[in-house]
Design a protein around this ligand. Sequence first.
Ligand code: MRU
Length: 344
Amino acid sequence: MNVQTVAWAPSGALRIIDQTLLPSEERYVDLETVEAVIEAIRSLRVRGAPAIGVAAAMGLVAALRPSFREPLAAFLARAEAAAERIAAARPTAVNLGWAMDRMRRVARATAGTGAAVFEALLQEAQAIWREDAAMCRAMGEHGQVLMKGGRRQGSGVNVLTHCNTGALATGGIGTALAIVYTAAERGVDVYVYADETRPLFQGSRLTAWELAKAGIPYSVQPDSAAASLIAQGGVDIVVVGADRIAKNGDTANKVGTYPLALVARRHAIPFYVVAPSSTFDLACPSGAEIPIEQRAALEVTHPLGTQAAPEGSEVFNPAFDVTPAELVSGWVTEKGILRPPFAF
Ligand code: MRU
């Protein structure tokens, strides 16, 4: 995948591709303050649970860079406060809090000078990024046993997915889409049905952009068309990512995932969640305890900037829904395909 979701700019800033502008414009922006990192996460310039975690860690380093000559106590206090603020930028993707906790632990455990702490934080951010890329590869490999086609005579494997779970959503090749990319690399004839994913169109804007770049054949469909496609026998497997997986397996992911799981069960289609261990929150007993982000009304009343509902309409706009564990066939992780109880 030739997509640079996060990178270091020559100045030491965090460089991201601005995902709000895709697919019409490929523009990179450099972030070097806590405020800029928080804004980029909140506005979904960088998004997708693993990518948010990686960007937060790198963004924290970029924001702390000008202060590393401070005395140890002052630098530590600055790092703690910045990590806490960045962790609160979005509530559902547990990778964000997970990455900031990792960074805070490293800061506290490093003795010496502000410069020594800064260097340790830089190394930790690099490790978070590197490990995420490796986990993506491993998920792609483990998922290959699921790439079985045949529902539709004469076709390869027809995969339905929701939101964007590819390179743009991670520090590597993706989660659910990593399975697709790995299959394609191995010569499997794979076809992707991408839900457009209202209201922010991560499926049609981002997944389709990635798949087109990778040369993988796909269709974009309205979210509401997924059920009839599945009912007609057009889909072999549904694969999705996750933003937080509770101890019992209840899975929060982009709103619209739960109805897909229901339809898949009704038609006896496998439904798999693909996520790294950093997306599991074993301190969260069930889906009922997962915080669900509510987003601005404007995203629904004015999709892509065009008015689509009367002024003053009340809006229900949860960014995520929770799929009960009983509807999930399995969880593809970097450690293999798991079922609860999970142990990492
Ligand atoms: O609001 P977003 O675009 O950050 O939501 C992203 C999703 O729901 C993804 O499916 C999830 O983060 C998994 S990404 C590998």
